[in-house]
Design a protein around this ligand. Structure first.
Ligand code: HEM
Length: 129
């Protein structure tokens, strides 16, 4: 029998999701090479920003006022990276939580990844056409 998992309902839940996800990102060779290799992310800054971002999407708070997409434009990422991101993110949600908001988190993660991936394809050589 599996242990019943709670849904995402509090700021502590959002922090646990974000912290666990990025800990897994850091252990994943493909994504580590982007976050820590190419971008040299300052985690002390990035993690609280991501708490605010996900808290806005899932709990309806309004602390996040950034524009996520431009930060991704210089990154050397393609469909392979997005597939890994989505797989790790959804697995993290499922390991920790279950319920309507957990489903919403996976839906939003997948949808935003799809939008980013499609928009980033416009960086390619065909974009001048
Ligand atoms: C291959 C997939 C992805 C990679 C490699 C990636 C990488 C990064 C990097 C390097 C940053 C800049 C961190 C910094 O220095 O401040 C960033 C920022 C951010 N990313 Fe991603 N990301 C990916 C996908 C996503 C997805 C799917 C989402 C949303 C669901 C997302 C949401 C954000 C947000 C909200 C920020 C903060 C932007 C800001 O306000 O400064 N990322 N990401």
């Amino acid at each position: 029998m599996t242990t019943p998992r709670p849904d995402i309902t509090t700021e502590a839940d959002v922090r646990l999701l974000v912290d666990t996800f990025y800990a897994r990102v850091n252990e994943d060779a493909l994504l580590d090479s982007i976050f820590n290799g190419f971008a040299q992310v300052d985690w002390a800054h990035h993690l609280p920003n991501m708490y605010d971002f996900w808290s806005g999407l899932l709990l309806g708070t309004s602390r996040y006022h950034g524009r996520p997409f431009p930060k991704h434009v210089p990154l050397p990422i393609d469909a392979t990276h997005f597939q890994r991101w989505v797989a790790l993110f959804c697995a993290t949600v499922d390991d920790l939580f279950a319920g309507p908001t957990a489903e919403e988190a996976k839906l939003r993660g997948r949808a935003i990844a799809q939008v980013f991936e499609t928009r980033l394809q416009a960086r390619g050589p065909l974009s001048v056409l």
